[in-house]
Structure formats: structure tokens, C-alpha cells
Design a protein around this ligand. Structure first.
Ligand code: PMV
Length: 299
């Protein structure tokens, strides 16, 4: 029996780190992601060919698949370990492919249950925002609570986002752990990040990119305040803003990874990134999907 599934990556538009502590955050599924193919094969379950060198990958496969008899192929057009939700996309695509392979129904509950178990292997203490948005698509406002997380799909105008890749990986668990160990000192920043998220929602809904850009700029400097930015990320933000972005911020856990720039006119930012040797590309939103369906990805 063989089965295949796609799941999109994501960008955290605002609110990363604060979301771990119950503050709201916004995330958008993107038009890049992971495809997992599963098929019968003799011997132990595993990858058909070496993919990334990460011991957690075999643990993730073993958490979802039978220990014997399944060959796995993974294809990705997401940068790995850059804050674009590669582990969540893998978790969701793997969960969906295995449910299909077993002939089980694909529901949000069944996908969520398995994908969250995989996210825990990669992250330690994930807020759940990454795999929730990968599973559902679209743009969401997400808030962790003591019970089930509060999740609200948002209807926003298309956002002119350019992703600029710093070229280095961030380690999400290390960054989350570092914030956790300095909680008492960092709480005022986390509270401000959460407040900024909700204060920016009206501008996001009306497409006021000047106001959203200013909020992203502020969000970046708050993330810098909690110690998760790097000199390179700060520099990318400055270069993007000098090149015409209305604002820019690191996206994801930080310590490396990507910057997102709000760029109604992206050419100047793409050129400035190329001059500095940074890979940069526009992204659009991967639309919201019922659990068993895959959208036709935008060309
Ligand atoms: O770097 P990423 O894509 O794994 O994003 C992590 C986002 C955090 O808020 C830092 C952690 C979390 O689980 O929400």
C-alpha cells in the first residue's frame, strides 16, 4: 500500500516566542512545503535515500510508522531549519500520508494528534502554532490556553512578503529554552509582543502595509530585546528597510533563519539581498484547506 501527502510550511507574521506563554500570534501557511511518499518495502522502516543529517528524523518516523516494512521518500522546497516550519510541514505531511496508507479518515483531530507528537520530538515545548497552520492552511491567529488552543482563521488581503534567508540555521529548542530560562526578566517584552499582535490586526485586515511594516519593525526590536536576533538578522532588517520595505522582522525562533520584509515593490529588496549574497524570494499564502484535501499550489 502506498500513499503520499503534501503539507505547507509557514511564516510567523508576528508573536513568536510570546506564543509559547499564552500570548496571541499570527501565522500564515506558505506556497512551499514538504511531500512525503510512503510505500511497502522489505526490512526496517526508513528513508529510501539519505535526506538531512538529523537523528531526530528516524525518531519521528518511528513515532508514526510501523517499525518494519515502510519506505519513506521526502521532497521539500522549504529551506530547512530556517523558521519556515519545515519540521511542522514534515510532521503534518507524514501524519496525513500514514493515515491515508492505513485507510484511516483524515480529520483535524487525527492529523493533529500525530503531528503534535512529531513536533515534540523536534522542538521539546512547541506552542502548536506551526503544525496547526500547516494542517489548516490560510492565516491564523493562535493562542495557547490551559485547554485546547484558541484558533481563529483570518481573512486578510494578499500580503506582499519577501523572505530573505540569512543562510544560517537557528536552533528552535535552544532559543525557546534560552527564553524559558530568563522568563522573569523577559516577560515585559513578551507581553508587549502579544499586545502588538492584536493592535496590528486592523491594519492587516485593511492592507495598511505602512502600519503593518512599522509593527514588524517594532516586533523585530522586541525580539532583539529577548536575545533571539543576531547581527546578521538585524543587518538584513536594515538593508530591507533601506531598500523600500515598509518594515521587516525575523520570523520563527531566531538565532539564524529568515527575515520577512513587507515589500509592496519587491524588486529593490530582491536586488539588495542579491548584492549581499542572501537568497530572497516572494511568498504567498497557501489557502485554507479541509483536512483531506491539498490545494493546487500557486505557480
Ligand atoms: O523557528 P520555528 O519555525 O520552529 O518557530 C518557532 C516559533 C516559537 O514561537 C519560537 C516556538 C513555538 O513553538 O511557538
Amino acid at each position: 500500500m502506498s500513499a503520499s501527502a503534501f503539507a505547507p510550511g509557514k511564516l510567523i507574521l508576528m508573536g513568536e516566542h510570546a506564543v509559547v506563554y499564552g500570548h496571541p500570534a499570527l501565522a500564515m501557511a506558505v506556497d512551499r512545503g514538504m511531500t512525503v511518499d510512503l510505500h511497502d518495502r522489505a526490512g526496517p522502516t526508513g528513508l529510501d535515500k539519505q535526506w538531512i543529517d538529523d537523528v531526530r528524523l528516524q525518531d519521528a518516523l518511528e513515532a508514526v510508522l510501523p517499525l518494519q516494512g515502510v519506505g519513506v521518500e521526502i521532497q521539500s522546497n522549504l529551506p530547512i531549519g530556517r523558521g519556515m516550519g519545515s519540521s511542522a510541514a514534515l510532521a503534518v505531511a507524514l501524519a496525513k500520508a500514514e493515515l491515508k496508507r492505513r485507510g484511516a479518515p483524515l480529520t483535524y483531530d487525527s492529523i493533529n494528534h500525530t503531528a503534535f507528537a512529531v513536533e515534540r520530538i523536534f522542538h521539546g515545548n512547541p506552542s502548536g502554532i506551526d503544525h496547526t497552520v500547516s494542517m489548516r492552511g490560510g492565516t491564523v491567529r493562535y493562542q495557547r490556553t490551559d485547554g485546547a488552543p484558541f484558533f481563529e482563521p483570518l481573512s486578510l488581503p494578499p500580503m506582499p512578503i519577501v523572505v530573505i534567508d540569512s543562510g544560517s540555521e537557528g536552533n528552535t529548542s535552544d532559543m525557546v529554552q534560552m527564553v524559558a530560562s530568563n522568563r522573569s526578566k523577559l516577560d515585559p517584552y513578551l507581553i508587549q509582543i502579544g499586545q502588538l499582535v492584536d493592535a496590528t490586526l486592523p491594519a492587516l485586515k485593511t492592507g495598511d502595509w505602512k502600519a503593518v511594516g512599522q509593527a514588524w519593525h517594532e516586533n523585530h526590536w522586541l525580539l532583539r530585546g529577548i536575545g533571539v536576533s543576531t547581527p546578521t538578522l538585524d543587518r538584513i532588517v536594515g538593508v530591507a528597510e533601506d531598500a523600500g520595505a515598509t518594515g521587516a522582522k525575523l520570523a520563527g525562533a531566531g538565532g539564524g533563519g529568515v527575515v520577512i520584509a513587507l515589500a509592496p515593490n519587491p524588486t529593490g529588496i530582491l536586488d539588495a539581498a542579491a548584492q549581499n549574497g542572501w537568497d530572497a524570494f516572494p511568498v504567498s499564502c497557501y489557502p485554507a484547506q479541509p483536512p483531506g484535501q491539498t490545494a493546487k499550489r500557486p505557480e
